[in-house]
Design a protein around this ligand. Sequence first.
Ligand SMILES: C[S@@+](CC[C@H](N)C(=O)[O-])C[C@H]1O[C@@H](n2cnc3c(N)ncnc32)[C@H](O)[C@@H]1O
Length: 394
Amino acid sequence: MTSNPSPGPSGRKDRRDLRRMEQDALGAPGIPPTRVAAGATAFRRALLGLHRRTAPPPVRILEALFASFDSHALRALIELDIPDVLTESMTMSELAHRSGSDFADLERLIRYAAGRRLIKIDRRGRVRPTGVTRALRSDATAPWRGWVRFAASDWFQASWRKLAPSIAKDSPGAFELAHGAPFFEFTTRVDPTAGDAFDQAMTAGATLQGIALARTLDWSNIASVCDVGGGRGAALDVIQRYYPWMNATLFDLPEVVAHSGFDNGAESPRRKAIGGSFFEDIPAGHDRYLMLAIIHDWDDAQAAAILTNVRDAMGGAGEAVVVENLASKHPRDDFATASDLLMFVLASGRERTRGEYSELFGVAGLRIEEERMLPTGATAFTLRDAAQASELSR
Ligand SMILES: C[S@@+](CC[C@H](N)C(=O)[O-])C[C@H]1O[C@@H](n2cnc3c(N)ncnc32)[C@H](O)[C@@H]1O
């Protein structure tokens, strides 16, 4: 590792550009400190818990079922291109005209979306863009419409319909029951349109995690970073905007890196894409290996195999950063618990507790050097080769 000349953006214009990028990506004035973000999440969870606990059982059942209407409403908003059309406040009839919709029918959808705080109808009855509609625009810095294209799609919904059969003893997973292929084979080889939606969804999340990582971790000694399973390279794109001198290597399946803005590195190693499988061979010799939302896709044996391959690629000198949402010991109405069921439906993975991660890292010969909670709510574990670390401490 070499020491970088001056970590962080140098000029005033660079800093201004970064602030603007953060605002656009977050839909908020800036990224909050981790403690503030965690406090806000805990407060919202407490309010939600109160809301749920005070509902009589029939109301609770209906509310749980009706919650799925949101995903249909979001899909309809995207299909009608409402976020792009709604550039400014406008009357319902203007919106209907510009989106080529029937006035009365569109009004029903917009009223539902306004009730769910996805869109706004002001006192004069004008429809107004919101942070949500801006995040769903086709030119958004973090393309959240990808999540709608992914999670509201027919193929995604079909996998959920196989939840109960997949729980039967010795049954294949829900995704395979629905589509006859494992998730990543389906997205890369069977249905590239589904893959495009999935990769766009991942780009939205990776943009936020990239900002959080750039702002939270120390990058001053990192000359080269490799994003393992880095999708289309959104996290690296963002991190390189903060630390432009850094060489970045994107590693993912060949079909995925083909759609990134990274190339084969022939001109310069600054933005290099390598297609391959992390179960086989991971590019060696980088200072830092990122794994964002990778380990949770896989069962313990597969996850340990990926981590072991990363440890080998580190060659004793580098470090790995695993970013995941930690599961709580007791069930909670939170992102990690929902994501755990999502991992069950789509893949063979799971969300894990801190203890389970620590054990898994140990199996792969890695040791936790640092653990940081990010403002996104995810946890970043910095890992080193356990054998090397104990040699150094002797
Ligand atoms: C949940 S996504 C996370 C993507 C990105 N790290 C992020 O945080 O948005 C998992 C990624 O792992 C990649 N992947 C799946 N199997 C892989 C394999 N065998 N080798 C390399 N990458 C793989 C997928 O293509 C996908 O980009």
